[in-house]
Ligand binder design. Structure first.
Ligand code: ATP
Ligand code: MG
Length: 383
């Protein structure tokens, strides 16, 4: 019978927490497999999928390999622990050409033959079936694996698909990701989900200055992220009143600096409302004027919870590469305006001094503006 073996990583190092990690991992794998027919079981330190539709093999492997915490997968044949059956499966699994070896693991010590002997016997049968193959024990191109389990069954497989690794979503606390329509913030979300965070997103838009398509683009990105985050809820916050107030009352070169501080305050309030312990941004040091150390200091100083910036040391090229890999790039580059592009100062301050920022900001009724924004949130739950 064809089965899919799922191996997990890092998480088995967690000792007493193992149960907590495993239950998150299992429920995430099951969520990724919603819609497929299959049977799922645990067998020490791995999971096995049986009775699935063989036409869906690729799709199942693709879905599971994106679940954080999964280390690798193999399509295997499960046979009775009987040398003739094992060997027949190994012959079917053998490569068509090149060099190979057989590697046997005997967890069931009642099996009457030592591992080395099984490998030698099966290797002989494979060669007999295909004499063009060559054995290479030290640097083979292919390895046929035989795993003799305690339960009288044996897995035979020849290939492993690498999965994403990381920690299961749900084991790393909860964070609010500030999701713009750009390239960076979806990547930042991905990176924190990879470390096990449960995410919720906040997006600021400035309707009617920014269009409905600009907002839809962010919802589309959130939808693409659910492949990794499992689910996603986006709080869409209207930023128009705040931007208008800043535009009217503050020197234009401080527009972005002050805007960022409002965004951070609101994101933190939303975090507290939903029991989240961190805010996540897509900032990368020095990328633009608002991402110098001084600008980040000014934004950070309104936050009282940790702000995670997983891209802080990444080059744009590296961020783009991840964004392509995770499938958000094509949506991120669609040309819709972002709220940061309206009232854009010709010469933004690149090194805002905090005392100066505070003086400029004192022209505004910060508390009321924040409360108004929080009172008008549109919450969108992505299925
Ligand atoms: P991105 O590619 O993520 O848009 P960026 O390079 O355009 O980032 P900025 O515009 O300086 O950089 O934004 C820095 C970070 O601030 C973003 O990564 C995002 O986390 C947050 N941010 C910016 N604009 C918004 C917005 N309209 N809604 C929510 N978060 C935002
Ligand atoms: Mg942006």
């Amino acid at each position: 019978m064809k089965v899919i073996i799922i191996r997990y990583s890092e998480i088995h190092l967690k000792g007493n927490n193992r149960e907590f990690f495993e239950s998150a991992l299992v429920s995430n794998i099951k969520a990724a497999l919603r819609g497929f027919r299959y049977e799922f079981s645990r067998s020490n330190a791995r999971y096995v999928i049986r009775n699935f539709d063989e036409d869906c093999t690729e799709n199942i492997i693709d879905a599971v390999k994106n679940v954080f915490g999964v280390h690798s997968l193999s399509l295997a044949e499960e046979v009775n622990s009987d040398l003739a059956e094992i060997s027949a499966a190994a012959v079917r699994m053998a490569p068509a050409s090149g060099t190979f070896k057989v590697a046997t693991n005997r967890a069931d010590k009642r099996f009457p033959m030592p591992s080395m002997t099984v490998s030698a016997e099966v290797g002989g049968d494979i060669l007999q079936a295909n004499p063009t193959l060559k054995v290479d024990l030290f640097a083979p191109q292919h390895t046929v694996n035989i795993d003799i389990r305690e339960n009288g069954k044996t897995f035979v497989y020849s290939q492993s698909v690498k999965a994403v690794n990381g920690m299961p979503v749900g084991t790393g606390g909860k964070g609010i990701v500030m999701l713009s329509g750009g390239i960076d913030s979806p990547v930042a979300a991905y990176m924190m989900a990879k470390r096990g965070m449960t995410l919720r997103a906040v997006h600021f838009h400035s309707f009617p200055y920014t269009s409905m398509q600009a907002k839809q683009k962010v919802l589309d990105l959130a939808k693409l992220l659910t492949k990794y985050t499992m689910h996603m809820t986006v709080d869409v916050v209207s930023f128009t009143e705040i931007q208008t107030a800043i535009h009217e009352k503050c020197p234009e070169e401080y527009m972005i600096t002050i805007m960022r501080r409002f965004m951070m305050r609101i994101a933190e309030r939303i975090a507290k409302l939903h029991g989240a312990g961190a805010v996540i941004t897509g900032e990368s040091l020095g990328q633009v004027a608002s991402q110098t150390l001084e600008s980040i200091t000014s934004t950070n100083s309104v936050a009282t919870i940790p702000v995670f910036r997983p891209l802080i040391g990444f080059d744009k090229d590296e961020i783009i590469e991840i964004s392509q890999k995770i499938g958000t790039f094509d949506t991120s580059i669609l040309p819709y305006e972002d709220c940061c592009t309206i009232f854009l100062p010709k010469r933004p301050v690149t090194k805002p001094r905090l005392e100066h920022v505070l003086r400029v900001e004192s022209a505004l009724d910060v508390d009321t503006l924040v409360e108004n924004a929080l009172a008008n949130i549109e919450t969108v739950t992505i299925e």
